[in-house]
Design a binder for this molecule. Structure first.
Ligand SMILES: [Zn+2]
Length: 381
């Protein structure tokens, strides 16, 4: 019998805040934690207090010069635009290094627990997929996922499947493993033609011995649940089954949800729950080490809490009532949020409203055909 699902969380994580009016709000984590607690889900997990990642751990992916620049920004209030520090996306703040290192620590703690026998973990603060070796980008200072996978690899040579369904391309993680055939990255996202970071095209398939191990499925704005499920069934499932990863890592940004203010996709809770259920079953059948899930984007804090709590319930195979708990609604109102959804799941009418558009569906059909031509032959498919 494997150990309980591991859930790193502490209020110290809430100090990762660029500015009061920045879209990446700590309430995303705070509200998720409390909603999951009100619904009794946290009784089923093993909560752990995130540690700070050490300098040595950060250097598993980032350059010493870059870490020096982050530390200098925090301590001396200096901007370093050449390292992406002090831009409008990534303003500097006094705790920029410490809180960045705590976010990494949380994901590393989750990874260590899995290496020690936990079957799965959900680290809601993780998923800073845009951070590069030498550059902060897209609200991401340190790339917790790249560091955690490198830590695992240092101890154990194994295959990892990284699947990213955030609305934005998972560029930092893709680049980190672009030349590796031990780590397969699959990202489904709104096309880089219309959304940050402007990458994630089908022809980005990897380099050197990693060709065929970077997989991208860009979607047109407006794409939603039917497209998400189709990409999952026609791209993720066959690659998952042929690659047979030892560990599944998922970046579960929810900025592709129709209510999200920053992207233009129209996923619904139904679509998310469908693919997460399948990920749970496939990882339990295939992945010897288990499943490390991390958070990611999502800029409507109340909605993020609702979705990540649903994800946790699916991971635990627990039912949750559809009514939003009153304590949660009150907590949201106290924090100044209005228009709080009455239900945990999107209603059927909403799911219908965002059903497939013809141009979007045709574009996806072309995209899947191209992925089949460029990537599948490397996997005997
Ligand atoms: Zn995103």
């Amino acid at each position: 019998m494997r150990g309980k699902l591991v859930y790193p969380y502490s209020d110290a994580l809430l100090q990762y805040e660029f500015k009061k009016d920045h879209p990446l709000k700590p309430d995303r984590l705070n509200l998720t934690y409390h909603l999951s607690k009100y619904l009794g889900l946290l009784d089923k997990v093993k909560e752990i207090e995130p540690t700070l990642a050490s300098r040595q751990e950060l250097e598993l992916f980032h350059s010493p010069e870059y870490i020096d620049a982050v530390e200098d920004s925090g301590t001396n209030n200096n901007t370093h635009p050449q390292y992406g520090l002090g831009t409008s996306d990534n303003p500097i703040f006094p705790l920029i290094h410490d809180t960045g290192a705590r976010y990494v620590g949380a994901t590393l703690d989750a990874m260590r627990a899995i290496m020690d026998g936990a079957s799965n973990a959900f680290c809601i603060s993780g998923g800073l997929h845009h951070a590069h070796k030498n550059v902060a980008s897209g609200f991401c200072i340190y790339n917790d996922v790249a560091i955690a996978i490198n830590m695992l690899h240092q101890k154990k040579k194994c295959r990892v499947l990284y699947f990213d369904f955030d609305a934005h391309h998972g560029d930092g993680v893709q680049n980190a493993f672009y030349r590796s055939k031990d780590i397969m990255t699959i990202s489904v996202h709104q096309t880089g033609k219309t959304l940050f970071p402007g990458t994630g095209f089908i022809y980005e398939t990897g380099a050197a011995e990693g060709v065929g191990y970077s997989v991208n499925v860009p979607l047109l704005p407006g794409a939603g649940t039917p497209e998400l499920i189709r990409v999952f069934d026609e791209v993720v499932v066959p690659l998952f089954e042929s690659f047979k990863p030892d560990l599944l890592v998922t970046q579960m940004g929810v900025d592709g949800h129709y209510m999200d203010p920053l992207a233009h996709l129209t996923y619904t809770s139904y679509g998310y729950e469908t693919i997460i259920r399948k990920l749970r079953d496939m990882s339990s059948d295939i992945c010897k080490l288990g499943w490390l899930a991390v958070g990611g984007g999502g800029y409507h804090p109340v909605n993020v809490a609702r979705l990540w709590t649903l994800f946790l319930a699916v991971m635990l195979d627990e039912e949750v009532p559809n009514e939003m708990p009153t304590e949660f609604k009150e907590a949201c109102i106290q924090l100044g949020y209005q228009e709080i959804p009455e239900l945990m799941r999107d209603e059927d009418e909403v799911v219908q409203l965002y059903s497939s558009r013809e141009d979007v569906a045709l574009d996806l059909e072309r995209a899947i055909r191209r992925v089949n031509e460029l990537v599948f032959p490397y996997h005997g498919l």
